[in-house]
Write a protein that binds this ligand. Sequence first.
Ligand code: PMP
Length: 435
Amino acid sequence: PDPTRELRDEQRRREHAMGGAAERYYLDPPRFERGWNTLLIDTRGRAYLDLVNNVTAIGHSHPRLADAVGRQLHLLNTNSRFLYEAYADFAEKLLAHAPDPSLDTVIPVNSGSEAVDLAIRLAQAATGRRDLIAAREGYHGWTMAADAVSTSAFDNPSALASRPEWVHLVDAPNDYRGPHRGTGAGAAYAAQVGRVAARLGDEGRPAAAFICEPVLGNAGGVMPPEGYLAAAYDAIRANGGLAIADEVQVGYGRLGGAFWGSELQGAVPDIIAVAKAAGNAYPVGAVIARREIVDALRDEGMFFSSAAGAPASAVAASAVLDVIRDEGLQRNAAIVGAHLRARIEELAARRSLIGRVHGSGLYLGVELVRDRETLEPAQEETARICERLLDHGIIMQATSERQNVLKVKPPMTLTIAEADVFVAALDAVLGELEG
Ligand code: PMP
């Protein structure tokens, strides 16, 4: 078969069906037909190591997940109007991980965008307020409210100005390239949340909530500086608002040291949005909150989502939590993640393009810069590295609004040997770039 022609035909079919809006990635995108654990296998049988797929947290085609969903589809899958044991099972298992016993209620949804949207609505209903404070460089989803607080793709002032007037932005708490670095940076960034909240109160439009990712996933796995999250949550609460943690990317044990990003930062949110890993790419999301916050929605609207929490989704979600526990995947993320970080940091001693390794566990970001003083983003180099890693059989993509961070967020089953394969390939590709 003529590969160029196959690719053209497939691209034409995709564009016909989906329009031009969906991104394609890669100049010559691989066509996958199978997955196994950390591997993606293309139509020619070539296996690639998947280092970006934080949706498939327990690995591709996990037999326990496939069996659980398959069994349930043979038994019953229908809308969520009735009583199913499977949903209560999942909700109890998820609540066992809640960072605080006060977070005692779970609402099922189908995706991260829906989870964030609902989290925002709950905060607005519970406080009777409308305005939101959001950290810059975040991505929270495509629905109207989730998109309203998203700014990760915007490095230009006019795009930023298109956020609705009820959204108020604060700096991303990035102590590598933001305005505050070094000691005291966490308090300095959090103080801005307090200032904006106080100003909104003075203007008679106090904030319903502050939302951010507890670890800045879309900014490149950047860990907020010490003390930031707890101080930012204190600041919003002092002004009568709630704290929303978008754990869609970074939650579920991936960070190694804790199940939730907020936990790793020593902070307890009022509302948590969950998705991605929750269903291992089966459409599952959830919002966790205190009962009184959830009940507030009754006074001003309703919640019903036809397939959310339906039996097949619920058994998928339960199976994922069981596998994370039984296979010790949070611990694996901690061990393999620490090894991988140390190996990349070793590489940084020889490869000057590596500016900093962000993140924790198996959510790492390798930030590439042309100059370690000016931090000039190595955007073209990052794109080139991703293309060359594909030739080496490694799936890797760029993130951050400067597109200069390699996002390393593989299935949480990654082994030390696989981590080493990646480091060797990255070393070779960086060497090529240096000439
Ligand atoms: N929040 C965060 C932090 C995300 O990264 C994403 C997806 N990239 C979303 C929300 C939206 O999730 P979904 O694509 O499942 O709607």
